[in-house]
Ligand binder design. Structure first.
Ligand SMILES: [Zn+2]
Length: 407
């Protein structure tokens, strides 16, 4: 099947009619349709299907010959999205995995090692707030007990959501056997920046991932009337929150890092009332851990100072943290060599975005291929990659799978 046919078959699933953005949240109807799409395409290719205990999907191209038990070559990415996300972030890697298998089979390639396409669950943390949930559970970085207590915006627990989707939350947790069967993981992903465009390359190789984390700031003040409460009498949590947003921008610029408040909830949220509380989420990323911690401390200090000035309480909670990742240099060199051998120039790039490959890299050799994103826009309906570049990504992935799974 051509890449375009495969791509088009997934495109309508979970797309909002108004924004054109995707809402593919874990264990919802849209997610079920994505899972069904994955299973359909695995069946069409006679790949063996597996849903692991953490809700991650696997389509296995088994090999008849005996192979070393730790040599499975895995590719794939995720199918879930951020609110109103783009079409490419995640799905491009899964679609390219199936397309690369089609390409290899059309060439008559017979793998010496098993190959699998995986789709990891809740990578964006769009529903339960923890990014890379499926791979964190798989690798044991996140304990099942902590995961089961996660709630979505409507108070539904992960356990209930999984049960509703026909999955058993009792099976959550580290899967040593599955991890030990993997020789290498290569995730193909749209670039979330425009570095490749600047370099004139359709595909690139990831060097590593910046350390990053999410912090929740709870500002608690006092609800009051917007029309009768004198300015001097107010304890308005919106004011220290606003000062903190500006301080985060300043701190990010000072540390050559990134800090973003992308989600904020004002409670109770009346248009003619001073709110009682503001909850806001800080996403912070930096080239190294020391810079990240210095930046976040600076933001916290600014929040506390501003809160004190307005008679507001502030509490800061760390929701998730991912240390820096340096992808396996030997695997990276092997990818670069194989691609260069086919005349494909793939520059090596760092990234500020987290990925399942970054979580898996702590346990096994992992690597990433990036596909050019001319505008650099991601996590938005405007996210785009040219069809020719997507095809180039499939060709590059096929070269890599051939290199790793061949004799
Ligand atoms: Zn992604």
């Amino acid at each position: 099947m051509s890449f375009a046919e495969l791509w088009d078959s997934l495109l309508p699933v979970g797309r909002g009619p108004k924004t054109g953005g995707y809402r593919r949240y874990s264990f919802t109807e849209a997610d079920a349709a994505c899972r069904e799409w994955f299973c359909d395409h695995a069946r069409q290719r006679s790949l063996r299907l597996q849903t692991d205990g953490n809700g991650n999907l696997w389509a296995h191209w088994d090999v008849p010959a005996a192979w070393p038990s730790d040599s499975m070559i895995v590719t794939g990415s995720h199918l879930d999205s951020v609110p109103d996300g783009g079409a490419y972030d995640g799905p491009l890697g899964v679609v390219s995995g199936f397309a690369a298998i089609d390409l290899l089979r059309a060439r008559g390639f017979v793998p010496a090692r098993p190959i699998a396409v995986a789709a990891f669950c809740e990578e964006e943390g769009g529903r339960f707030g923890v990014a890379c949930l499926g791979s964190r559970l798989l690798t044991g970085v996140l304990a099942p007990r902590a995961a089961l207590e996660l709630r979505d915006g409507s108070g539904v627990t992960l356990a209930r959501a999984m049960t509703g989707a026909g999955l058993d939350p009792g099976r959550l947790g580290e899967d040593e056997d599955l991890l030990n069967s993997i020789g290498a993981f290569v995730e193909l992903h749209i670039e979330q920046g425009s570095a490749l465009d600047g370099l004139g390359a359709a595909v690139g190789i990831a060097q590593g991932i910046w350390p990053h984390g999410r912090w929740r700031l709870d500002f608690t003040g006092r609800a009051d009337h917007a029309g009768t409460t004198r300015l001097a009498d107010r304890r308005d949590p919106m004011l220290p929150y606003a000062a903190t947003v500006l301080a985060a921008r300043q701190a990010a610029a000072e540390h050559a890092a990134l800090a973003t408040f992308g989600k904020v909830v004002a409670e109770p949220g009346g248009a003619n009332a001073i709110c009682s509380a503001v909850r806001a989420w800080l996403d912070a990323r930096a080239p190294d851990e020391a810079a990240l911690h210095r930046m976040v401390e600076q933001v916290e200090d600014a929040a506390r100072r501003a809160a004190a000035g307005h008679g507001v309480e502030v509490e800061v909670h760390l929701e998730s943290f991912t240390p820096p990742v340096e992808f396996d240099p030997r695997l990276r060199a092997r990818l670069a060599g194989a691609l260069a051998g086919r005349g494909i120039t793939a520059p090596v790039l760092p990234t500020g975005a987290g990925h399942d490959a970054g979580i898996l890299a702590a346990r096994l050799p992992a690597a990433m291929l990036f596909v050019r994103n001319p505008s650099g826009v991601s996590h938005s309906p405007a996210e785009h990659a040219d069809p020719a570049d997507c095809e180039a990504g499939v060709v590059a992935l096929a070269v890599v799978l051939e290199e790793l799974a061949g004799r």
